[in-house]
Unconditional design. Structure first.
Length: 242
């Protein structure tokens, strides 16, 4: 009986001792920042589709109040905060909210405000195939692409002056008799990197129209992508096939 009592007491002590760790390591404060247990504040930066992280994620911890794991399209998603495994800093964390398959990016509130506009990109690089956030992480440090600010500005100015693919008749290159588009696909993505935060990037999808012409999406708008820029970007890129 004494042995049983001692065992129960030991179990209770272990449970109580561990319970201090059964707490969420992140919580929202009144400023709507995310605060970790060390008191480091992370401010909301941007949602998916505005900015993307590059790299393999590692779970850091839940945010106080998060519900249990959920499944989306057969994939189990654990709500909480994540870091990029190969990041040299923890300046940026990735947030998955409960019942939301889209991520958000948070950045240390103590850092100077980040200008994440295309105009502030320090380098742009084209990558072959559709985007893969883990695989494409090699481009964060490959130092390839176009890194001349004036050339990046020329690229943006020229592209934004182009017609939309529909206005330019690109759909006619792939339109079938039934009206459907065939051989119109994402052939490349162009990443815009920032000197201040190399782990995140702007993404611009490039559509191929049967490999006869191309368009690029910038800020939610589609523009014809002139062949000269496709050639220039490819010449300066470490393209890899997926």
């Amino acid at each position: 009986m004494k042995k049983l009592t001692c065992l129960l007491v030991l179990v209770a002590m272990l449970f109580c001792g561990c319970s201090q760790w059964i707490k969420e390591p992140f919580e929202y404060d009144k400023s709507n920042h995310t605060v970790n247990v060390e008191g480091e504040k992370y401010a909301f930066l941007a949602n998916e589709a505005i900015l993307y992280y590059l790299g393999e994620l590692e779970f850091v911890g839940r945010v106080q109040g998060d519900e249990a794991d959920f499944t989306h399209l057969g994939v189990l998603i654990k709500p909480g905060m994540y870091r990029m495994k190969d990041s040299r800093t923890d300046n940026v964390l990735v947030r998955y909210e409960p019942n939301n398959e889209f991520f958000a990016l948070y950045r240390k509130a103590s850092l100077p405000k980040l200008d994440f506009s295309l105009d502030n990109c320090s380098r742009i690089e084209i990558v072959e195939g559709n985007w893969d956030l883990e695989k494409d992480a090699v481009h964060k440090t490959c130092r390839k692409g176009i890194a001349d600010k004036s050339e990046i500005a020329a690229f943006l100015t020229d592209v934004k002056a182009q017609k939309s693919p529909e206005e330019a008749g690109l759909y006619e290159l792939v339109k079938q008799p039934n009206g459907l588009l065939e051989n119109c696909y994402v052939s490349h993505v162009i990443y815009g990197f920032f000197e201040e935060e190399p782990d995140i990037a702007i993404m611009m999808e490039v559509l191929s129209y049967n490999d006869l012409a191309y368009s690029v999406t910038i800020g939610g708008e589609d523009y014809v992508l002139p062949e000269k820029w496709i050639s220039s970007l490819k010449e300066n890129s470490c393209l890899h096939s997926k």
